[in-house]
Ligand binder design. Sequence first.
Ligand SMILES: *Cc1c(COP(=O)(O)O)cnc(C)c1O
Length: 375
Amino acid sequence: MRKSVSKITQSVHVGSFGDPLFGGVTNPIYTSSAYDYDTEVRYPRYYNTPNQKAVVEKLAALENGEDGLMFASGMAAIMTSMFAMLKQGDHILFQKDLYGGTHHAALHELNRYGISFSMVDTDDLDKFEKAIRKETKVIYIETPSNPLLKITDIAAVVKLARKHGIVTIIDNTFASPVNQNPIDMGIDIVTHSGTKYIGGHSDLCCGAVISSRKLTAKIKESALHFGGSLDAQSCYLVERSLKTIVLRVQQQNKNAMVLANFLQAERKIGNVFYPGLKDHPLHKIAKKQMPGGFGGMLSFEVKGSPDKFLKKLKMIKKAISLGGVESTITAPVKTSHAKLSAAERAKVGISDNLLRFSVGIEDATDLMEDIKQAL
Ligand SMILES: *Cc1c(COP(=O)(O)O)cnc(C)c1O
C-alpha cells in the first residue's frame, strides 16, 4: 500500500490479506504449527506464521517502521529487545520515570547478567547526558510516563544518543501508534504493551517490537531463544483490534482533553496531569512529538478520600491496566507504586490522593456526570 495512505486506511487494510480459499474479507486463522519447509521454514516460535506477519505488517505501517515481532506480553517485547542489544559489561541508561514492571525487571535481572544501569531524570538533559558511559549501549525512554504523564523530548534524546553511537528504545504504549511515531524522530526500537491501546478491549495480553529490518533481525535472534511469540488466535484478535485503533484513540484523545479541562475547574480536585493542558511543563514538546493527539491517559489528585470517591463511581471502573474502550481508574499508591515507601513516593511526586484515569470511548458528558456525582 502506498506510503501516503492515511493511518485510518492503513489500520483497516494493511496486512489484511483476506481469505484466498473462499473469498472472505477477513484473514483466516492459521493455527498450524507444522509447515512444509521447502520454501520457508515457518514455525510459531519463529515469529513468521501468517497471522503473526499480518499484525506486524499493520503495526509497522502505523509506526512507520520496516519490520517487527509480536510477543505474548509487553514485558516479553521489552526484555527481549533489551537483552538482544546488551551483553555482559554493557550499561543501559533508563529515564527515571518507568513503568513499574520495567523498573522491577531492571532491578532484578540486569545486574545478575553483568549488565549495569542508571535511572536518570530527563527533565535536565545535560545531567542525563552526563550519565552516559563508554560502555553505555542502550538509552531507554518512555513518554508520556506513568502515572504522572511526564514528557521526555524524544528528538533531543535521539540527538545525544546518536552523538555517542547508542541504540535508542522507547516504550510507546501510552501514546499508541496513532498519536506518536518515534521512528520518524530517529528512535531505533519501539516497544508496545499491546495489552493496552493496541488490543483496546481489555481482553488480550500481548506485546510488540517495531524497528528497522536490520535491528528486527537482530532482536529476532534472541527472541527465538526466549520464545515469547504470540499465538495465531491472539494475533488474529490483535489484527481485528487494530482495524479500529484510530477511531478508538481519536475518541479517547477527545474525551481526555474534555475531562482534563473539566477536572481542572472542579473545586474538589487538586493537580491535574495531562500533556494536552497548556500548563503542563512540556506541553509544547508534547504538541510537537504527538501530532495525533495527547492520548487517553491522565491523572489527578482528589481532595478528600480517594477510596470514598472510587467507591461512588458508577460507570468508571476501578481496575488496573489501561487503554480499553471502557474507562478505568487506579490508585497508583495501591497498584503500580505499592512497593515504594511513602517517602520514596513523595520524592517522585506520587501523593496518596493521586488517581490515574484511562479515559474510554464513552460519551464525555456521561463520564463527567459520573465524576460529579462521586465527588
Ligand atoms: C502494561 C505496560 C507494560 C507491560 O506490558 P504487559 O503487556 O503487561 O507485559 C509496559 N509498559 C507500559 C507503559 C505499560 O503500561
